[in-house]
Design a protein around this ligand. Structure first.
Ligand code: AVI
Length: 305
């Protein structure tokens, strides 16, 4: 029996143009490579968003009010939520939602140790699907937190669907949302084509993972990392490009690649401030304050639910 990854990869290889969800990047090796990406000199989003949160967490805390509950979609950003928990007035509860139970347990343990008295209630779930939260604490507002511009990895339909669902879950509270901004294409290009080749390794790890987990036989040197900014669609596209004419086997089937043919592995949409606010409004939020950095690289939005 093939796993969901196996089935989706098989379907991707059987379709033209070929494309697969970026969620499959994140096995243990992919998550480790992503952590390295966040430290790269060219990859500005992580440090820029941390700077914005560091400078403005006090204002965010004032908007949240006392006794707030923070619901984080994904549990990958302990650094970031710490800045909020430190600034908020007696936060009542922290609810990280993540598909990986192991990751959640680790984050929960770290935060319980660091914030005595904080009620940490992890929820193991896929936050892109409908889910239930523990009943509200009754002590303050429920504030969603979705940093890192992960929203940009969704298709426009998925992004709208996720925001609609988040607005329902957070009604009466707000969503604090990190969104990467449209900017000079050269800056974007460099962020996804770093000099050390870490982003290339991250992209190619998808094929290595297929070899490890599914017994596929992708010859990694025969594929190239290919990332570019598609300006009309306001998105970075990442592909794995076949350097030669070749065929690959997966689960007893052979799939041919022409020279130059690609498997599309990720979109990373970039937003204008107005574009993001319009999207949020369509999803049922009332856009509030926005914080950016002096170079206007990244944005953090307060969206009233
Ligand atoms: C997780 N996500 C927001 C990252 C991004 O920038 O779209 C993933 C990534 N892909 C390549 N570099 C980083």
């Amino acid at each position: 029996m093939l796993s969901a990854f196996g089935r989706d990869l098989q379907a991707a290889l059987a379709t033209r143009p070929r494309s697969i969800s970026p969620k499959y990047f994140y096995d243990a090796e992919g998550s480790r490579l992503f952590d390295r990406i966040c430290e790269l000199p060219e990859y500005y989003p992580t440090r820029t968003e941390l700077g914005i949160l560091g400078r403005s967490a006090g204002e965010m805390a004032a908007l949240a009010g006392p006794g707030a509950e923070i619901v984080e979609f994904g549990a990958g950003s302990l650094h970031k939520v710490r800045l909020l928990l430190q600034a908020f007035d007696a936060p009542a509860r922290y609810v990280p939602i993540d598909i990986s139970g192991e990751h959640l347990r680790d984050s929960a343990a770290v935060l319980r140790g660091a914030f005595a008295g904080l009620d940490v209630q992890p929820v193991v779930a896929d936050y892109t699907q409908s889910l239930q939260l523990p009943p509200a604490t009754g002590r303050g507002r429920r504030i969603g937190f979705f940093p890192g511009s992960t929203l940009g990895n969704f298709t426009p339909d998925e992004a709208l669907g996720f925001l609609r669902h988040a607005a329902d879950l957070l009604r009466g509270g707000a969503l604090l949302l990190g969104a990467d901004l449209v900017k000079d294409p050269h800056v974007l290009h460099a962020a996804y084509n770093d000099a050390q080749g870490v982003t290339a390794a991250f992209n190619l790890n998808l094929l290595a993972r297929a070899n490890r987990e599914l017994g596929a036989n992708f010859a990694l040197p025969q594929f190239a990392h290919y990332a570019f900014y598609n300006a009309p669609l306001q998105r970075i596209e990442m592909h794995l490009l076949s350097r030669v004419r070749q065929s690959v086997s997966l689960a007893g089937e052979r799939f041919a690649f022409e020279e130059g043919e690609t498997l599309h592995t990720e979109n990373s949409y970039k937003f204008t401030l107005d574009g993001l606010r319009g999207l949020a409004q369509r999803a049922g939020f009332r856009p509030g304050p926005v914080w950016t950095d002096p170079d206007r690289l990244f944005s953090v939005h307060w969206l009233h639910a």
